[in-house]
Write a protein that binds this ligand. Structure first.
Ligand SMILES: Nc1ncnc2c1ncn2[C@@H]1O[C@H](COP(=O)(O)OP(=O)(O)OP(=O)(O)O)[C@@H](O)[C@H]1O
Ligand SMILES: [Mg+2]
Length: 318
């Protein structure tokens, strides 16, 4: 388990992280979200023992990052922001160096290096100096160094930043597999990544936690949660809204888009927990509409992100 207790960081006068506390269990993938400069990387740097907190602390599997720093850091794999690595080293040289620091030697070192190179798709560049690698490959090398010792705890600062769509997909699968028996914290600006990967998300704004929930719990705060969105083929003179008017569970219906042949509506429910989807579907079918799309929306994370990060901004201004 990772336990973060009242972490606070001042850079001079500037408060970058303001009294953050949370705990993450084994098997959880916790996503850190937040606007630029919110304090995500600074929090991760403190949790990994890379940066001393101004106050507060964190414990990694029971080892305090300040009192038991070495023990805590042994258990962690850390992928820092912007993939730092020694540019003059080759990929093999760098991983050999890291494996050595992590305490491996001889055959076990070789096995760990080979496995990691295979896993991170680095075979074709293994003898290339890191300075000559493309951005995405540098990111993979750094990812490789973070998992070479098969750590119990993984802290990854924007792990898919700079990767192509195929690699993003591969890394997400890899993280998903590792999640089964590890504790993972990652930061990202890609909201779909949170939905695809994270069992829980913490949104940070101006150094503070402004939301902490599952991705679906967060989406339930969206104004679109429970809305029924449907597309029908236009029928001469037959307006679907006429047939929906008396459904009691509908708050209002908006037109989302329209072209020559089709029209898309969104019906907002009075109670998002009980959207009147069946009633709407029945009316459309009874009145011979050709239905081209029909879904109950779960809500949009980007809308909730804006909501919680800007309402917090307003609160701070007050
Ligand atoms: N070493 C430093 N010295 C001074 N200020 C710093 C230092 N490191 C970070 N900061 C400041 O702390 C704040 C939080 O930065 P941080 O890098 O944690 O943000 P972030 O949430 O990771 O943002 P991004 O999404 O852009 O990566 C910013 O205002 C930043 O300028
Ligand atoms: Mg950052």
């Amino acid at each position: 388990m990772i336990e973060v207790q009242h972490l606070t960081k001042f850079f001079g006068e500037k408060l970058a992280v303001d009294d953050i506390s949370f705990a993450v269990d084994r098997g959880e993938v916790l996503g850190f979200l937040g606007p630029n400069a919110a304090g995500k990387s600074t929090t991760m740097r403190m949790i990994t023992g890379f940066l001393p907190p101004t106050s507060g602390t964190a414990a990694i599997g029971g080892s305090d990052i300040i009192k038991n720093s070495l023990q805590a850091r042994k258990k962690i794999g850390y992928l820092p922001e912007n993939a730092p690595a020694y540019p003059d080293m080759t990929v093999m040289g760098f991983l050999d160096f890291i494996a050595g620091i992590r305490g491996y030697s001889g055959a076990s070192k070789k096995t760990r290096m080979e496995e990691t190179i295979e896993r991170c798709f680095l075979k074709e560049v293994r003898y290339q100096p890191i300075s000559t690698l493309s951005k995405g490959f540098k990111q993979r090398v750094c990812f490789a160094q973070s998992i070479i010792h098969d750590p119990e705890y993984l802290i990854m600062d924007e792990p898919t930043d700079g990767l192509d769509p195929n690699q993003k997909h591969e890394v997400r699968i890899m993280i998903g597999e590792m999640a089964l028996d590890k504790t993972i914290i990652l930061s990202t600006h890609i909201l779909e990544e949170v939905e695809a990967l994270c069992s829980r998300a913490i949104i940070i704004a101006r150094g503070r936690i402004v939301a902490d929930d599952t991705p679906s719990g967060l989406k339930a705060e969206s104004s679109l949660h429970g809305a029924v969105r449907f597309t029908v083929r236009k029928a001469n003179g037959n307006d679907p809204l006429v047939h929906l008017g008396d459904i009691p569970g509908i708050e209002r219906v908006d037109v989302v888009s329209e072209n020559k042949s089709h029209i898309t509506f969104r019906a907002f429910p009075k109670n998002p927990a009980d959207p009147p989807a069946n009633e709407i579907m029945d009316r459309l079918v009874q009145n011979d509409f050709t239905i081209h799309g029909f879904e109950v929306e779960s809500g949009r994370l980007d809308e909730v992100f804006r909501l919680v990060t800007s309402s917090h901004a307003a609160e701070v201004k007050k």
